[in-house]
Write a protein that binds this ligand. Structure first.
Ligand SMILES: Nc1nc2c(ncn2[C@@H]2O[C@H](COP(=O)(O)OP(=O)(O)OP(=O)(O)O)[C@@H](O)[C@H]2O)c(=O)[nH]1
Ligand SMILES: [Zn+2]
Length: 368
């Protein structure tokens, strides 16, 4: 028998931490279902940061193999206000899902780089950007340590990244500049940050959530011994609203898309394709005739490099666990087709040379 529930009667929340078979759920505020009883008040007072219930997962969910991950929107049944417990009865459909770290419903990836110490390495930044774009989740680019460079340098980076198709938020976790804007950017969203080592991600998180280390005890005290004991992901509520994952995403960004879709992750390519078309629908924008993407934009070299990587990755995929194991993708005159696989290194070398020749030809053409 199915019971139709009045949505107004549902008790909803967001999973902020998971450990073993327990889920820490932060209830949505202002819900009719949270009663004004002494027990519920107690539950509120137990946490200064919202209403939390420690939940298990209903057997029915286990049976259908429904996983519950951090970020999931869930419906809670049988709240025990006095004990601060509940049971997850339903997981609402996910809007987005990140696999590493596993987080549902992430609204944006905050990509953090430093303007100096370590200086921005364009190729590395490009790699992080493409990897972030690959998730399909919005990307917000944040450049930290603005206190270490001049106004002029700041403007130069801003302009340069604008050419790449990105607005950047310049901040200093030290000098506390740009942080108001950052808070606005994070408000009411679930954010995961990413970025290379040493750019100030920890400093930033400690600034944004000043009492993060004390809060760990309060929020996940029942779940774990601490923040860094396991491969533990937790969402922390920001003072201005919004949730921030305490774990950075993808620190070794590999380009694992198909060669055909790579151009989707370069705003510069998208910009060109918005108004013009390449001759071939499946153009890889490499050496095909009448390609509108190939050109003298700064990151075109990065595009070619990642394209090669995507081709090699795809060839490996075909080689593993696929009946077409000796085949790989090959592009000829704008058409991708499977061909006998060449030895990877050799292929790469040939491919690099071809690319260079093409670029030389291109430069010669533009010189005329
Ligand atoms: N000048 C300056 N230094 C900063 C700023 N933010 C962080 N730092 C320093 O940069 C160094 C690295 O900062 P962390 O917060 O550890 O960087 P991280 O990104 O967490 O690094 P990993 O833990 O290696 O991933 C530390 O010495 C910080 O004190 C800033 O805005 N300006
Ligand atoms: Zn093209």
């Amino acid at each position: 028998m199915s019971v139709t529930k009045d949505p107004a009667n549902q008790l909803l929340g967001t999973v902020v931490a998971v450990q073993a078979n327990y889920y820490q759920v932060r209830l949505d505020a202002n819900q009719d279902r949270i009663p004004e009883t002494d027990d519920a008040n107690q539950a509120r007072e137990n946490s200064a940061f919202g209403y939390f219930l420690l939940c298990t997962r209903r057997a029915r969910l286990k049976k259908i193999g429904q996983q519950v991950i951090v970020g999931d929107r869930v419906e809670i049944e049988e709240p025990d206000w006095a004990g601060g417990r509940g049971a997850i009865a339903q997981v609402l459909p996910r809007q987005t899902q990140l696999d590493r770290p596993p987080i549902a419903n992430t609204d944006q990836i905050l990509l953090v780089f430093a303007l100096a110490d370590p200086p921005i390495e364009p190729y590395q930044l490009s790699r992080f950007l493409v990897k972030a774009e690959l998730t399909g989740i919005d990307v917000c680019l944040c450049l930290n340590k603005s206190d270490l460079v001049t106004q002029l340098e700041q403007q130069q980076w801003r302009d340069r990244l604008h050419e790449w198709g990105y607005q950047s938020l310049l901040i200093s976790a030290y000098a506390h500049t740009g942080l108001e804007q950052l808070y606005n950017q994070l408000a009411n969203k679930i954010t995961v940050f990413a970025g290379p080592s040493g750019v100030g991600k920890s400093s930033l998180i400690n600034y944004l959530i000043p009492d993060i280390n004390t809060r760990v005890g309060e929020v996940s005290g029942k779940l774990s011994r601490g923040r860094h004991t396991t491969r533990h992901v937790e969402l922390f509520e920001l003072p201005g609203g919004g949730l921030l994952a305490d774990t950075p995403g993808f620190n070794q960004p590999d380009i694992d898309c198909t060669p055909e879709e790579l151009a989707d992750y370069f705003p510069e390519a998208q910009q060109r394709l918005a108004t013009q078309r390449c001759q071939f629908n499946d153009c890889l924008h490499r050496d095909e005739p009448n390609c509108v993407v190939r050109g003298d934009w700064e990151r075109y070299e990065h595009y070619l490099d990642f394209l090669e990587e995507a081709i090699v990755t795809q060839a490996h995929l075909h080689q593993q666990g696929n009946p077409e194991s000796t085949l790989k993708m090959k592009t000829k005159g704008g058409k991708s087709q499977l061909e006998p696989k060449l030895e990877t290194k050799k292929y790469r070398r040939v491919s690099r040379r071809t690319q260079q020749q093409n670029l030389q030809e291109l430069y010669q053409e533009t010189d005329l």
